[in-house]
Structure formats: structure tokens, C-alpha cells
Design a protein around this ligand. Structure first.
Ligand code: SAM
Length: 323
């Protein structure tokens, strides 16, 4: 959704600062830096391998790009601490989730179609791998993770199969996990539109990297840092993420949160007064039919955009979400 993002995020000044919380391989960064010759860019990513790729790709823009390595919620929380002034970006972008690099090249077991160590950590600093989670947790907790983060209705059956399988040796590779999920589900499920292990893999990745908690804390913190008049765009890839973005944006804009959306896990952090916001997109923007056909991985993407009207104008948004 590059064109859509470019359309919504227009720098208000030639030397505006853009904060890209999920720099990845630098695809969005390259497009923005190429289009706006005065734009300054701050790119965050948890993954050192992917950051090295972005550094190479963005070398032509040296002097205008700064890189920070770490989980974005932690990096954003530390900004403005220790006497350093916090950046006040005019533009903020979150393109949540993982990149093709993780599925195809990383060798960390993100894909059910490969046989690699079952790691799934975006950052080597993350406390434990997916294999360790499956070795250490009980059947109940494994089922909860698969149900909540994978929205997998056969979570109990899959968790039972994992716990039985680990008695004969650790579930330590993506190949072994994919095979045992396949064997655990009924034959009808094996011939569905997606591989039967798709949801289980998504769930583990989310749990290992605390993706939902980090998204919630990171987006809230970035909203506080955003300069008055600034715009923030968030692209999510599954309904769990989109629900978080929708809820946070509505709370920031002082709108009622629909009953179908659960309240925030934590109160929305107040950062020097979160300020007042307006929703730029009332409904999420989805990829065009042409883009979805060209890039099937983009099919489930949803883009939401919010604008900050001013700092401290309304104290309301913080904690405005239902608990
Ligand atoms: C979908 S990719 C971004 C692609 C990027 N917009 C581009 O154009 O190349 C998401 C990136 O965010 C990173 N990421 C995901 N969650 C993160 C988090 N909580 N903190 C920091 N980086 C994160 C991943 O490592 C991945 O590189």
C-alpha cells in the first residue's frame, strides 16, 4: 500500500521528520526519501539482519537517515529520557508484522514450508524462542496462545498433539511442528484454503515477540510524540492487530469504543498530554484489487490514519478507552 501511504503522509515542511517504527528493508523509506529531498528519517527495527539490509539500501540518503535497533515500544519509551529532547515527528508510520525476509531468508522457522530451528524471535534480545515456549509451557497455556493469537478453533487438539510429541523429543524445528499440526487436524481441515499450521505459526510468532502488547504501547507512545498537525499511519495484517489500532485511534479521537472491541490492556499512556486527534480514515483502507492480485500477501492489509490537531488541547483521550 505504498501509494496510499504516500498519499496520506505528506510532509508539512521540506525538512520534516518522519519516524518509521518498522523500517524493515527500507521500502517505504526509500520511496519517501526519494520523493522528498529535504525529509529527515528515523527508522526503527528490532531485527539486526534486516536493519543491515536497510542500511545498504538507504546508503544514497546518508545524512538524512538515522537507524535505531530494538523493539519499537521500548525505543519510543526511552526517547526523551536522560536529558535528550524527544523527537517530535510530523509523520509516523507503523507497517506491523514481519517481512518477506523473515519467511524466506531468515532461517528462524517463521514459515511452515521450511525446516529450520523454531526460533521466531525478531530480535536476538527477546527472552525466549518458539521452541522454548513449546518446551516450557503446559498444554492449557499452549492452547490459549494458539486460540487467542491464531484464532485457531482446533487449538486444544493441536496443543495436545504438541505436548504428546515433546515426550519423544523437543519440538524444535518448523518442519516438525508443521507436520505434527497437519497430523493432528481432521482430514477435511488439511485440504482447506490455507495450510493447517498457518494459524499456529502466526500465534507463536505473536507470542514470542509480544506483538500485540508492543503494538498497543508503541502506537500510543508515538501518538504522544507526534508533532501538532502531524499524521500517523498504521498498516496491520490481521484482525487482532487491526482491532488494537481501531480502538486506540478511536480513544485518541475521543470517540466511543464499540462494545465489540475490548478495552485496552493498559491505560493509553499520556505523553506530556497526548493531545487531540481526528480520524483521517473512518474505515480502514484496503489494497486495490490490482495490488492484491499482484501481491497476494498484501490481501489482508488494512491502513488506518489519524491526525494530531494539537498538544494538550484535550486531556480526554488518555485512558478514554473502556477497560
Ligand atoms: C512489514 S515489515 C516492514 C516493511 C517496511 N515498511 C518496508 O517497506 O520495507 C515489518 C518490520 O517491522 C519489524 N518489527 C515488527 N515488530 C516490531 C517491533 N515491535 N519493534 C521493532 N520492529 C518490529 C520487523 O522486524 C520487520 O522488519
Amino acid at each position: 500500500m505504498l501509494e496510499e501511504v504516500l498519499g496520506f503522509l505528506e510532509p508539512p515542511r521540506p525538512e520534516s521528520l518522519m519516524l518509521d517504527c518498522t523500517l524493515g528493508e527500507g521500502g517505504h523509506a526509500e520511496a519517501f526519501l526519494g520523493r522528498y529531498p529535504g525529509l529527515r528519517y528515523l527508522g526503527l527495527d528490532a531485527d539486526p539482519e534486516i536493519q543491515a539490509k536497510a542500511r545498504e539500501r538507504l546508503a544514497p540518503f546518508a545524512g538524512r537517515v538515522e537507524f535505531r535497533l530494538g523493539y519499537f515500544d521500548e525505543l519510543l519509551a526511552a526517547m526523551g529520557e536522560g536529558g535528550e529532547p524527544a523527537p517530535r515527528p510530523d509523520l509516523v508510520l507503523f507497517d506491523l508484522g514481519v517481512s518477506m525476509h523473515h519467511f524466506v531468508e531468515a532461517g528462524r522457522g517463521f514459515a511452515y514450508s521450511s525446516d529450520e530451528p523454531l526460533d521466531m524471535r525478531l530480535s536476538p534480545e527477546a527472552p525466549r524462542s518458539a521452541a522454548e515456549l513449546l518446551a516450557e509451557e503446559g498444554e492449557e497455556e499452549i492452547a490459549r496462545v494458539i486460540f487467542e493469537y491464531g484464532e485457531e478453533r482446533l487449538s486444544r487438539r493441536i496443543a495436545r498433539a504438541i505436548v504428546e510429541a515433546r515426550r519423544s523429543g523437543p519440538v524444535a524445528t518448523s518442519g516438525r511442528l508443521a507436520e505434527l499440526v497437519r497430523a493432528a487436524v481432521p482430514p477435511s481441515y488439511r485440504h482447506g484454503r490455507i495450510h493447517p499450521a498457518t494459524r499456529t505459526f502466526q500465534a507463536l510468532r505473536i507470542a514470542v515477540n509480544d506483538e500485540l502488547g508492543r503494538a498497543e504501547r508503541g502506537i500510543a507512545r508515538a501518538a504522544g510524540l507526534l508533532a501538532p498537525g502531524g499524521t500517523m499511519a498504521v498498516i496491520s495484517f490481521h484482525s487482532l492487530e487491526d482491532r488494537i489500532v481501531k480502538r486506540l485511534f478511536r480513544a485518541l479521537a475521543g470517540k466511543a469504543i464499540p462494545g465489540s472491541i475490548p478495552g485496552p490492556a493498559e491505560p493509553i499512556p499520556q505523553v506530556g498530554g497526548a493531545g487531540s486527534f481526528e480520524l483521517v480514515t473512518k474505515k480502514p483502507v484496503e489494497p486495490s484489487g490490482e495490488e492484491a492480485a499482484r501481491n497476494p500477501a498484501s490481501r489482508s492489509a488494512k491502513l488506518r490514519v489519524i491526525r494530531k490537531l494539537g498538544d494538550d488541547v484535550a486531556a480526554g483521550p488518555a485512558g478514554a478507552g473502556r477497560r
